[in-house]
Design a protein around this ligand. Structure first.
Ligand SMILES: *[C@@H]1O[C@H](CO)[C@@H](O)[C@H](O)[C@H]1NC(C)=O
Ligand SMILES: *[C@@H]1O[C@H](CO)[C@@H](O)[C@H](O)[C@H]1NC(C)=O
Ligand SMILES: *[C@@H]1O[C@H](CO)[C@@H](O)[C@H](O)[C@H]1NC(C)=O
Length: 541
């Protein structure tokens, strides 16, 4: 991300010389993408395409294997049960042109794909640079002029532009991302579907593992239940409601934010909400090119300064004994944006982690622990956020962090059979793996399997699991069929991985199609979970 360059692989992104010609940049970009897709899986056909055609035909693979077995003839009638986005497009995508204009065009071309017609109604390009952008610059994107809205900002106002663009939009939801990342359309679809389920307007952030960990370690609660927040970046892909953006801007104005604070609005967005944000492990694709906004320690200390300021504002507002206490004495003047409701320290919310699935629209949810040690979250003030994170980093240690980054839950739903989600500790009774398809399966669906690609230790765990399906994620129907496992064709550490599956009920109460499947562990065993892939397949004719 251009805001945050704390990991080596991201800080290298800015090293490509900005003086490279546009052609070279586009080529570098396209080659990178071709390489990214080619490396994702041997199952994807990406051979023989010229770079130009790849860009023009920009086609995310539509399929993943139904089975990793040698002989898949049994599955000829099975599919991954994908459902297209239906309904009226009601989301505005906000893209800031920071320094990588070719990326902006590429991102726009992806957002204009027909597959997102039921989600994205407009793409708002906010150009913060002095060189004006016109619709002609997007000629190669394939976007219709009606879908694109371009705003040439008279000055560079950095990140507040996200919220200003969203507040000006005519849709209830906004999706935003930076210009150095590619977010797959099915994940944008998943984010949008998730908004429908939320009982109140809430942002959902996609984060790569290192940022997910940081957000997790920064989560803080006060013992009295008044403070409950964390921090999450927006640039890896975030959806939020327009009302959130409007209220957030209203709050910043009430607080008399300085110009500099306004430009760094991303640093304030999640903390000031005073609600632990929903974060998902992502499946993002990093794009190179351009100049990162945050270079080295300067950017880092700027971020820390603004995060600390955000915490100071929040403490002042919540306690109201120090500046800026903005609620009136009678308490009748509503404080915009900030959630002032007390909520008990709910460790349950953060003990379930979520990861976006690649290629199919679903979310993996699990309560399996990603860290061995308990981290600290109870504080007296929001200003303790960064120091509690430091303590937590020490608690989890180098190995704990390394494990979190190299075997995240997102590796179980990335379509790459060689990467895996590995639990921090041995399987525990009550552990679950839950796939939310975000929509009910069609009435035509006749059979449904929950399938896994695992090592032999995890096969033993799965043999002690109960498999179930559900329409609402609350009421579950147990499967009465035993799990079955076979050698797959995927070799890993000199053995073949095992493919296991359990058929589950296709319909729940009042004959509605199911939307959730789940495996819950009933035993106890000295084995860690190693899940290379988990997916759903079914027959739908
Ligand atoms: C797939 O469906 C066709 C048509 O209904 C049927 O003839 C065939 O046997 C099915 N294949 C398998 C493996 O069940
Ligand atoms: C996008 O922003 C960059 C950096 O500010 C600038 O160099 C570039 O000219 C802008 N793009 C266009 C088409 O103006
Ligand atoms: C913002 O500025 C106004 C006008 O100067 C002042 O009345 C108000 O108290 C300030 N608010 C805060 C939170 O500092």
């Amino acid at each position: 991300m251009f805001l945050n360059n704390r990991v080596p692989q991201t800080s290298q992104k800015g090293t490509r010389a900005p003086s490279l010609g546009l052609g070279a940049l586009v080529c570098a970009l396209v080659c990178g993408i071709v390489a990214a897709f080619a490396s994702m899986s041997g199952y994807w056909r990406s051979s023989g395409r010229s770079a130009d055609r790849t860009l023009r035909e920009w086609d995310i693979p539509a399929n993943l294997p139904i089975s990793y077995l040698q002989d898949v003839s049994h599955y000829e009638n099975y599919t991954r049960l994908m459902r297209p986005a239906s309904g009226r497009a009601d989301t505005t995508a906000v893209i800031l042109n920071w320094s990588r204009f070719p990326n902006v065009v590429l991102i726009a071309s992806l957002l204009c794909k027909p597959v997102l017609d039921g989600v994205i109604s407009q793409i708002f390009v906010w150009n913060n640079s002095p060189n004006p952008v016109t619709i002609k610059d997007f000629a190669s994107s394939g976007c219709s002029p009606e879908k694109l809205k371009i705003y040439n900002s008279p000055s560079n106002i950095l990140f507040q532009a996200r919220f200003m663009a969203c507040a000006q939009s005519s849709t209830p939801y906004c999706f935003t991302q930076d210009d150095d990342y590619l977010i797959r359309p099915e994940i944008i679809q998943a984010l949008r579907r998730r908004m429908t389920d939320l009982d109140h307007a809430k942002a959902v952030h996609l984060l790569p593992p290192h940022e997910h960990l940081s957000s997790q370690l920064r989560e803080i609660h006060s013992a009295d239940g008044r403070l409950h927040t964390s921090f999450a970046w927006l640039g890896h892909g975030t959806i939020f409601s327009r009302s959130n953006a409007e209220e957030f801007l209203e709050l910043l104005h009430r607080l008399n934010f300085s110009f500099e604070e306004m430009t760094m609005a991303d640093n304030y967005f999640s903390i000031l909400r005073n609600e632990v944000p929903e974060i998902w492990f992502d499946q993002g694709i990093e794009l190179g090119g351009g100049q990162p906004f945050t270079a080295g320690t300067d950017g880092d200390s700027r971020n820390r300064r603004h995060i600390t300021k955000a915490a100071q504002y929040l403490d002042g507002i919540l306690n109201c004994d120090t500046w800026p206490c903005i609620s009136s004495a009678s308490g009748d003047r509503r404080i915009p944006y900030i959630s002032v409701a007390k909520s008990p320290i709910a460790s349950s919310t953060s003990s379930v982690t979520k990861a976006a699935c690649a290629v199919v629209t679903c979310i993996l949810e699990t309560n399996i622990r990603l860290l061995l040690s308990q981290s600290l979250h109870t504080v007296d003030s929001a200003q303790a956020m960064l120091s509690i994170e430091e303590k937590n980093v020490e608690l989890i240690g180098v190995d704990g962090k390394e494990h979190y980054l190299s075997h995240p839950p997102s590796s179980a739903v990335d379509g790459q059979p060689h990467t895996s989600f590995v639990s921090a500790e041995n399987a525990r009774m009550g552990d679950f793996i839950h796939l939310d398809l975000l929509d009910a399966v069609t009435p035509e669906t006749r059979a449904l399997d929950m399938a896994f690609l695992v090592d032999i230790g995890t096969e033993q765990i799965l043999r002690d699991c109960a498999f179930a399906s559900s329409t609402d994620g609350i009421h579950w129907t147990l499967s009465e069929v035993e799990v079955q496992c076979f050698d797959s064709s995927v070799e890993h550490e000199h053995r073949f991985l095992r493919e296991c599956y359990a058929p589950v009920q296709v319909r729940g109460g009042s004959n509605t199609g199911i939307r959730h499947v789940r495996a819950s562990y009933q035993g106890s065993m000295d084995e860690k979970w190693h899940i290379h892939e988990v997916w759903v397949r079914g027959v739908s004719i």
